[in-house]
Every structure is written in structure tokens, then in C-alpha cells.
Design a protein around this ligand. Structure first.
Ligand SMILES: [Zn+2]
Ligand SMILES: [Zn+2]
Length: 213
């Protein structure tokens, strides 16, 4: 298994291509042609089986319809963020000047579900509400990697909870849940990938998030 960061700029959400027997995209960002070019450099785009969205915010899925069409992949989102897709303000599309961009996921996820990577391993869906009701993190136990979306970022940062459906209480509980995992590499929804004492960084985020309760 190999993970490539393929987002188009540091100013938009990260997108990751997980190359396995059944390749997966974790978020797609907003620039479809760039993402598709990057995938093409690595493998045939039609090999992508699933596009997993860490949550329902536009900066993570703006390119999804075009990328879905080009790859033939199915799009998965946690069921609790489905309601955000219909509203440009709630899904923050309006912040990026996009309107009516909503899409229909092919698969709705819930806590504990496994996404088959085809090599005898899978990504586990960890429901981590707080930033949005349906925010998820994705854990690969075999390689101790965690995709965190906008729930937790490096260096003690964490996602904002003042947008539609956000909850600081839920975020703190989610960070507690993540701090109990054995993680060596964090792949956040924004910022740099880190392998430096990830458990310590997540614990720091949890402690700081608690101070805002
Ligand atoms: Zn984001
Ligand atoms: Zn977000």
C-alpha cells in the first residue's frame, strides 16, 4: 500500500490516493483536472474503486462529480453529513463562490464500517463528529495510519465547530477516541502529513479543544 498526496495547492483541502489492489481516494478537493492528471501519473484513473469523503464540506468534494465520472468510482460519505449537500451555506460551497453543486453519494457510511482495499486489509470508518455531524476518520491498522479530515490537524490544531452541525463537545469526544488509537502517520485534511509523535499531537489537540468547552 502506498499513499500519495495529490491536492493541487496548499490552499485547498488535501486529497490522497491510496494505491492498493482496490485503490481509494480520500477527498478530492476542488480542482478535478489537476487531480485527474496526478492520478494518471501514478496509475489508470479507472482503477480507483472508491472516493471516500471525510465530511460534507465543499473544499473536500468540489471536484467529486467530474472525478467520479472519469474514474467510475463510487462515492462514499457518512450518512450524518448527507443533509449538508443540499445547502450551499451549510456545506460551505458558498464560501468558495460555488452554488448548487451538491451531488448524490453512492454509498452512505456509518461507524465501524470497513472499506476493502483488496489486499487483505481495509480502512476502518471511525465516526468523529464535531467539525460536522458526519465527519469521519479512516484508520488502517496494519500500517498505523490515520486520515483525519478536518477533525484533527498537526501540532495541536483541530477543526472549527462553529459551522452548520458543529459541536465542540462532540469534537472533544472524537479526539478522545482518536487519541486511543495506535497511530504512526497522520494524513490531515489540511496541512502537512506528519509522523512525529502523532499520538502526542492528537492528545495536545484534545487538551486544547477541551479548553474551549
Ligand atoms: Zn476543510
Ligand atoms: Zn470542513
Amino acid at each position: 500500500m502506498k499513499v500519495y498526496q495529490i491536492n493541487s495547492s496548499p490552499y485547498e483541502a488535501n486529497a490522497f490516493l491510496v494505491v492498493t489492489e482496490k485503490p481509494v481516494l480520500v477527498d478530492v478537493g476542488m480542482n478535478a483536472s489537476y487531480i485527474l492528471d496526478r492520478i494518471t501519473e501514478i496509475m489508470e484513473p479507472d482503477r480507483v474503486e472508491t472516493i471516500i469523503l471525510t465530511h460534507g464540506h465543499y473544499d473536500h468534494w468540489g471536484a467529486v462529480e467530474e472525478v467520479r465520472q472519469r474514474t467510475g468510482a463510487s462515492v462514499a460519505l457518512h450518512e450524518d453529513d448527507l443533509y449538508l449537500l443540499d445547502d450551499d451555506v451549510s456545506n460551505v460551497a458558498a464560501m468558495f463562490g460555488a452554488h448548487g453543486a451538491g451531488f448524490t453519494p453512492d454509498r452512505l457510511l456509518c461507524a465501524g464500517e470497513l472499506i476493502d482495499l483488496g489486499d487483505g486489509s481495509s480502512l476502518e470508518v471511525i465516526h468523529t463528529p464535531g467539525h460536522t455531524p458526519g465527519s469521519i476518520s479512516l484508520y488502517h491498522a496494519g500500517s498505523k495510519i490515520l486520515f483525519t479530515g478536518d477533525t484533527v490537524f498537526p501540532s495541536g490544531s483541530f477543526g472549527r465547530t462553529d459551522l452548520t452541525g458543529g459541536s465542540q463537545e462532540q469534537l472533544v469526544e472524537s479526539l478522545k477516541l482518536l487519541s486511543g488509537l495506535d497511530v504512526e502517520v497522520m494524513y490531515p485534511g489540511h496541512g502537512d502529513v506528519t509522523d512525529n509523535d502523532v499520538a502526542g499531537q492528537i492528545s495536545m489537540s484534545m487538551r486544547l479543544a477541551q479548553t474551549y468547552l
